[in-house]
Design a protein around this ligand. Structure first.
Ligand code: GLU
Length: 507
């Protein structure tokens, strides 16, 4: 019988979710939705030393911001909980016992010092079939001694007893069969009595089994753990229902040389985290895509294409389109260069798709930040202003540079253009221009343009000089949207006032 597709995203709350982790979550989500399956969010917090307060909330907030919806998890609940590993101790204890009883695992008492000593004495020491006989464990020691030590509360670990010389095959849907020899594996620690907690390996596979996970889609860095996981499924007798693996390629530095790091982001000016993160220990703040002005749909689209392609050159895809098109077959095995400029391009494109009124709402906080009260303008005014300049922006905040003159009259004028365009005739001509504008029945762009251009030509004035002086007076510099669109929105009084002010200031 076909099992229902169930995938999980299993982050450890050790800090902010890295952008690579976000991509893993996204691919899991796309895969689950496409197959009508379930998306689980499991918090893997068995390493208490690495726990960071706020990290779990951060993960929830980031996924929600991006529109990656969780079906089962700590917040969402579900029939397979608890979804936080630190709340599943009983389950792990029971499973450790199952392996011990079946002779597939054993108890070891070696202290850190004893392990160091072994490493110093034996070249390439590995705790395995060749060395375990000379270490202090339940295979090498009499049963009474083992029991006595445990009864006395001596700390111990439980190790997986790996049989050497066996071929172990990991079936990876992306990479095909990856086979290694079990002799290269060490007897991994599965449980530590000191904190009564399992290690990642045990907790991860017990949970994948109990939560009926069908596909483990995760980063390539976990590929080396996969053979061990295959052996654990076998040891528990779960091989038949073991999940299929997909190990996603690494995200690389923009130049492709090595793994993407936070430092690359700092150096080149792009975030590597979905949301801003305030490190509770160092007090350091790391920038996030959200706070840097990215739209979530742009980030999703950008990340989806870092390691996957739809088989053609389609670039713009909504979440629903990504769900429909996603396939493991089109994931790449090679690392994906983190082309952050492409992220900016996506943001630009998605901003163009937003209705102007929505963009205006997003712009209001930016106006406030620059000391302009949006309430002093009508929504229609702000909407038309942003609509005129949006093709020039990559981020909402960029709107300020391009649209500020709609809200604040210039008080200085770009010097280079003044030199070039403002000559001794200009004040007189700008005076005449004010009269011409006043005489118009309205400032409607097309009609105003026709009349004013005709007036310039009829008088034999220099078209470039007059129009640029006009623009300088109204905008403060020689760039911006179509001049008569600007004046239509500013209105007669404001336009004339700006012309008069420029004449007064520039003489
Ligand atoms: N807790 C692991 C992590 O932080 C999970 C790895 C996996 O998906 O198996 O990524």
């Amino acid at each position: 019988m076909e099992r229902k597709v169930r995938v999980r995203f299993a982050p450890s709350p050790t800090g902010p979710l890295h952008i690579g982790g976000v991509r893993t979550a996204l691919y899991n989500y796309l895969f689950a939705r496409q197959h009508g399956g379930d998306m689980i969010l499991r918090i893997e917090d068995t390493d208490s030393r690495r726990f960071v307060p706020g990290a779990e909330e951060y993960i929830n907030e980031a996924l929600a911001w991006l529109g990656i919806k969780i079906d089962e998890g700590v917040k969402e609940g579900g029939a397979y909980g608890p979804y936080k590993q630190s709340e599943r101790r009983d389950i792990y204890r029971e499973h450790v016992k199952m392996l011990l009883d079946a002779g597939k695992a054993y108890i070891a008492f070696d202290t850190p010092e004893e392990l160091d000593k072994a490493r110093a004495e034996v070249a390439n020491f590995q705790y395995d079939a060749s060395t375990r006989g000379s270490m202090r464990n339940s295979l090498s020691m009499p049963a009474e001694e083992v029991k006595a030590l445990i009864d006395a509360g001596t700390p111990y670990v439980v190790r997986f007893k790996i049989e050497p010389g066996r071929d172990v095959t990991v079936n990876d849907l992306l990479r095909g069969n990856v086979t290694i020899n079990s002799s290269i594996l060490d007897d991994k620690v599965l449980y530590k009595s000191s904190d009564d907690l399992p290690t990642y390996h045990l907790a991860n596979i017990v949970d994948d089994h109990l939560m009926e996970v069908t596909h483990v889609i995760r980063g390539e860095e976990w590929l080396p753990s996969a053979p061990l996981h295959v052996l654990l499924y076998e040891a528990f007798g779960w091989a038949d229902t073991a999940p299929a693996f997909v190990h996603l390629p690494l995200l690389l530095k923009p130049d492709g040389k090595g793994k993407l790091s936070k430092r690359d982001g700092d150096r080149l000016g792009f975030p590597v985290f979905p949301l801003e993160w305030h490190d509770p220990k160092s007090g350091e703040t790391s920038s996030g895509y959200r706070e840097s002005g990215y739209l979530p749909q742009a980030v999703v689209n950008f990340l989806a294409l870092l390691g996957w392609n739809p088989g053609d050159d389609t670039e713009m895809m909504s979440m629903d389109e990504l769900i429909a098109k996603f396939s493991i077959d089109h994931c790449s095995r090679a690392g994906a260069k983190f082309a952050y400029e492409k992220g900016r391009w996506f943001n630009h494109e998605y901003l163009q798709l937003l209705p102007d009124a929505e963009l205006a709402e997003l712009f209001k906080p930016v106006m406030r930040a620059h000391g302009v009260d949006p309430e002093a303008f009508s929504d229609e005014y702000i909407t038309r202003a942003v609509g005129m300049v949006k093709s020039r922006i990559n981020f909402v905040a960029d709107l300020w540079d391009h649209a500020r003159f709609f809200f604040v009259a210039p008080d200085t004028y770009e010097e280079k253009s003044v030199k070039k365009r403002w000559n001794e005739d200009t004040p007189r001509i700008m005076g005449e221009l004010q009269e011409q504008l006043r005489a118009l029945p309205s400032l409607e762009s097309k009609a105003a343009e026709e009349t004013i251009l005709k007036w310039i030509t009829d008088n034999g004035y220099h078209m470039g000089n007059v129009m640029n002086a006009f623009r300088l007076a109204v905008v403060g510099e020689c760039k911006g949207p179509h001049m008569f669109d600007i004046t239509e929105l500013l209105g007669l009084d404001e336009t004339v006032a700006r012309l008069a002010a420029a004449v007064e200031r520039l003489g």
